[in-house]
Design a protein around this ligand. Structure first.
Ligand code: G3P
Length: 218
């Protein structure tokens, strides 16, 4: 399973890249607004830090403008994945850009039917939003299960399932059990994965007992 971080904060990206566990980055217009950074400069900077796919989302909603924005974003670096919304025009942009060899992340997916359309449009990634479905009392993880099952039955679909709107470690673990290809998480959720109270307790005991030996490894 690949780990992407969902943020526009360059310091968080550098911090996670240093762990060696980071496979890519996703951004969206809300995260860019929160960062206060110039979008094009920030994407170029992220692409210099991370080798894997860096999702950069178009801002327009009509085909003619979206395709121009997509071309401009794709020209920033080879590892840019252009992000488009799951609309009729968005999927037309997806088809055109993926036919030209650009990675495309189709975002705002809330149904298995939408995921089928994205795969047929040649999406590199489909981004179903788990947390936002949970927020309206629907089961976001059931959507991941449905998409993984459907995609597995059609070898011609090479779209990767990128689980988005991840809010907690359970979303990650359950998605992994279903065979989802990628999770994109806020930095705080990735950090939560390290934590277990028995790890902290056990380590404290080992450190204390080691001191009692009076030895040093170095
Ligand atoms: O970037 C897309 C997605 O991960 C957004 O998550 O928490 O705003 O629903 P959230």
């Amino acid at each position: 399973m690949k780990f992407f971080v969902d943020t526009g904060e360059i310091d968080d990206i550098k911090d996670l890249a240093a762990t060696g566990l980071l496979d890519g980055v996703t951004t969206n217009p809300s995260l860019i607004a929160k960062s206060g950074r110039n979008f094009l400069e920030l994407i170029a900077e992220i692409c210099g830090v991370v080798d894997g796919p860096v999702s950069a989302e178009v801002a327009a909603t009509d085909y003619a403008t979206m395709i121009k924005e997509a071309e401009k974003l794709a020209a920033i670096a080879d590892n840019v994945a252009v992000k488009v919304p799951l609309t009729e025009d968005g999927l037309k942009v997806c088809k055109a850009m993926s036919d030209n060899g650009t990675m495309v992340n189709v975002t705002l997916c809330f149904s298995a039917g939408q995921a089928i359309l994205a795969a047929k449009a040649g999406a590199t990634f489909i981004s179903p939003f788990v947390g936002r479905l949970d927020d309206i009392c629907q089961n976001g993880l059931e959507l991941i299960a449905d998409i993984c099952q459907i995609y597995s039955m059609y070898p011609e679909f090479d779209t990767e399932v990128l689980v988005a709107s991840v809010r907690n470690p359970t979303h990650i673990i359950e998605s992994a059990k279903m065979g989802a290809d990628v999770v994109t998480c806020p930095p705080s959720v990735i950090k939560q994965l390290y934590k277990h109270p028995l790890t902290d307790k056990g380590l404290a005991a080992f450190v204390d007992d080691w001191k009692k030996t009076g030895q040093s490894i170095l």
